[in-house]
Design a protein around this ligand. Structure first.
Ligand code: THU
Length: 147
């Protein structure tokens, strides 16, 4: 099933409104689209011990896997902005750790999702494999869709 880019970006913006980011004031939303049409979202969750903070993409992957999803990831949208101004922020691409976390879920289902990143007037589209080339993942160690 194909996913509409603007719909997925809007889901990410909506998710960013649920960020818990009192330390950075930087609200990030992520939306994951699956082959069955489902969308799972996440927002960043910060911590007073700053280094323990969780990125929006990682929260979304954990939510999806907690629903039992093991693959089927076809697209990812990421947006960032100030509270109440989710469209006004700078363009954010997933951090390195999130690229790896997204790759685990994608490779379990053998997909290479499109990644849409939007902020301000910027919109970028790329494949996850472009963001994390030569990735180490479940396919590297011979794990298929069953994970
Ligand atoms: N953040 C994300 O949620 N995703 C990223 O890919 C980059 C950074 C969050 C982490 C932290 O809560 C805030 O943005 C500032 O770094």
């Amino acid at each position: 099933m194909s996913v509409d880019r603007d719909t997925l970006l809007q889901a990410a913006r909506d998710a960013s409104a649920r960020a818990y980011a009192p330390y950075s004031g930087f609200h990030v939303g992520a939306a994951l689209a699956f082959a069955d049409g489902t969308v799972v979202t996440g927002a960043n969750v910060e911590n007073a011990s700053y280094g323990l903070s969780l990125c929006a993409e990682t929260v979304a992957v954990a939510a999806a896997m907690n629903e039992g999803r093991r693959g089927g990831l076809v697209a990812v949208a990421v947006t960032a902005g100030k509270p109440g101004e989710p469209a006004a922020g700078s363009m954010v691409t997933p951090c390195g750790r999130c690229r790896q976390v997204l790759t685990e879920l994608a490779q379990m289902g053998g997909t290479d999702p499109l990644v849409w990143c939007a902020g301000g007037n910027d919109l970028r589209e790329m494949r996850l494999s472009e963001l994390l080339p030569l990735a180490f993942g479940p396919q590297t160690i011979g794990q298929g869709p069953a994970g």
